[in-house]
Design a protein around this ligand. Sequence first.
Ligand SMILES: [Zn+2]
Length: 418
Amino acid sequence: MMVQIRHKYAQLLGYSNYAEFTLESRMARTSEKVFEFLEDISENLSDLAMEELNMLKDLKRREDGDSPFGMEDLLYYMRRAEEQHLDLDLGEVKQYFPVNLVMSGILKIFQDLFGIRIEENKDVEVWHETVCLFSVTDVSSNELLGYFYLDIHSREGKYAHTCVLALQNGNLSSNGTRQIPVALLLSQCPKQIDDNPVLLRFSEVVTFFHEFTHVVHHICIRATYSRFSGLRLDADFIEVPSKLLENWCYESISLKIMSGYYQDITKSVTSSMCTSLRRKRDLFSGLRLKQEVLLCLIDQFIHSSENMDILELLKHLHPKVMLGIPLLEGTNPASCFPQIVIGSEAVCYSYIWSEVVAADIFAAKFQEDLLNQYAGLQFRNKVLAPGGAKDSLEILSDYLGREPAIHSFIKSKTRNSL
Ligand SMILES: [Zn+2]
């Protein structure tokens, strides 16, 4: 019903279907391109996913005899395999990430990489005593680029998510003066009581890094008009910088800068912990991505054609994408597929799209030297600075010297497989 209403809405606006309406302003542009992208990803992951599936089937055979392997077994045996193959205690890892150390490490990495200086501005009026204001200056020109507030501690009545808000967009006025961008990073860390430092889970460290990239992106945009600054850019592009920088959370050199055992901060995370964190991230990537691709395909199909029977579509697509495993009788995964309902209709592919572009940039420009300021400045000037004033595909193609491709993403997934 909701899908049909979306179609009507798009048709009233002169589009032939909802996907056409929603993709028009994105990097992907058309449904055909999205289908091609998803099928390309799925096909290139088939060998890896098949290897992972065979391993899970073996595990089931050893534990449960010869009964056939179905979708109902997938998550259970992934978990069993993880227990057997991954030597990682996330409770222990957490002890290496006191929030203050993580934050100062993140600031240091961004300063070194992007040639900026971040300084706290004390004695300014803020809305709560735990909120801090920072200024960001370009190191070579000493120009003030922007401000950001950190409001990271939880308190009663506060918005309960971690996110970044653009409080003021940058722009250049006709008399040559620049309006300074201002960002706010909101989060929910508990406040330190006595001498017990607040420790972050590793997933929270990654989230901080991700969100802080949005802050820096906002501040580094140099577009003339406010409309093309801020964080409302091409939605296929806006997550690329943050997805790219997430990679810094899985490399020893950068992890050491933002970690330290809470009772002795001179001891940072070990290289073997770092390797295990990376393996956990990439474990069963083939199968997990195939599941995502399946849902993205369904999303694209139902929003690009009228009166599609979702269940029939699933019965047909499921074995095709999931290496022969049929849809579990009596279930309909679309019923628990939130992206179709809330705000990601026809654009579910975008998450994988951003990851693919980010993996391409990482492999081409940063993998060999994570703290290379030359590479960082190039990224800042060519990719972050234009904001929405230039077509995103053009920005990325100029920067990479070619259009983004999927090979590095596929390779990064196979690199750490079991
Ligand atoms: Zn984000």
